[in-house]
Design a protein around this ligand. Structure first.
Ligand SMILES: [Fe+2]
Length: 347
């Protein structure tokens, strides 16, 4: 039976070869951080699309139309052997490593296959398009070299802590910019360079959860009754906490858009009893929903619809796990653009 929320796109060998060549040529230009990469990625995606069969194209359309929580690409090729190191190398070196730039370039093309454009926020990840997700700051189940118990570990994708179910920040709005804040990412795409312990990324599709709440509870989640705290990885003075915001809104593409973070959202002091009950019911249903595990490796990539699904992961077991992440905006998203190429928006 076809899963209504998750789909897989398996590349043929010829398609994988073409994607490999395109990703390498994009990487040689410098990858997603350089001027002109977005246009080149779009051209590569258009060429690749012409080689897809009708069923593959239909799968891409389901994601592009906003009706899938997650799409996993499978059967991709990688450059020659890439042995797993003894320890995770330093972040700075990895950011300039050709292998990481290759994987990031491939992610950018894969985003363009569903007509999403890669972008970065000014307040997050130092304005860079590519985020390397790994335990650079401690907090995993095994300590990093020099990590002590007193080390204060930030709750972000640069640490090894468990990340409970969440959508990606910012949480001010979902599709159209509001009060000079750009919307949350429409999607994120992840692939792995190393994942020696096969540690999964968890996805929780939210359509069923919201429908199961009932109409009055769902309606209450659209009221401005919820507060959130700022993300640890935002630059100081930016992305400040906000009070009395909504979690849920109607959206024509897919039916709804959700903003939520299990470790950052709380009930506003002024919230009504109905909103409080709805928030409790929502959190309970999320806790009761079994997440879908996706184990990423270099031959796979996962696009997650950030309006329609929560994602998270458990505490890291193997500190060498390294994922490569990009954010994407759908054609419907209207951000506050700072520079168009590479696309940088106000957070
Ligand atoms: Fe995340």
């Amino acid at each position: 039976m076809q899963d209504s929320e998750v789909a897989y796109l398996e590349f043929t060998q010829d398609q994988a070869d073409a994607l490999f060549v395109a990703s390498q040529s994009l990487a040689r230009l410098g990858g997603p951080e350089v001027f002109g990469a977005a246009g080149k990625a779009r051209q590569c995606a258009e060429a690749l699309t012409r080689s897809l069969d009708a069923q593959q194209q239909a799968t891409l359309r389901r994601f592009a139309d906003g009706t899938l929580s997650a799409l996993m690409y499978r059967g991709m090729s990688c450059p020659e052997h890439d042995p797993i190191p003894e320890d995770l190398p330093e972040l700075q070196g990895l950011e300039h490593d050709p292998r990481c730039i290759y994987l990031a370039s491939r992610n950018q093309i894969l985003l363009e296959l569903v007509r999403y454009r890669a972008f970065a926020f000014d307040i997050d990840n130092e304005g860079k398009q590519v985020r390397l997700v790994g335990n650079f700051k401690g907090g995993g189940s095994q300590p990093r070299p020099q990590e002590t118990r007193d080390t204060r570990v930030e709750l972000s994708s640069h640490a090894g802590l468990r990340l409970g179910p969440h959508t990606e920040a910012p949480y001010n709005c979902s599709v159209i910019a509001r009060d000079d804040h750009s919307p949350a990412p429409s999607a994120l795409i992840l692939t792995a360079r190393w994942n020696p312990a096969n540690e999964p990324t968890h996805v929780i599709p939210m359509r069923e959860v919201i429908e199961g709440l009932g109409s009055l509870h769902a309606l209450a989640l659209t009221s401005a009754s919820f507060d959130f705290t700022r993300s640890d990885c935002f630059v100081a003075g930016s992305g400040e906490p906000e009070q009395a915001t909504a979690m849920l809104q109607f959206d024509a593409n897919g039916g709804f858009a959700l903003r939520y973070n299990s470790y950052r959202f709380s009930l506003n002091d002024q919230a009504s009893d109905l909103a409080a009950q709805a928030f409790d019911a929502f959190q309970q249903r999320v806790a009761e929903t079994r997440p879908r595990p996706f184990v990423l490796q270099p031959d796979t990539a996962l696009v997650i619809n950030n309006n329609r699904a929560l994602h998270g992961r458990d505490i890291l077991q193997d500190n060498r796990r390294l994922l490569v992440r990009l954010f994407g905006y759908s054609p419907f998203a209207q951000p506050r653009v700072i520079t168009p190429d590479p696309l940088l928006v106000r957070g």
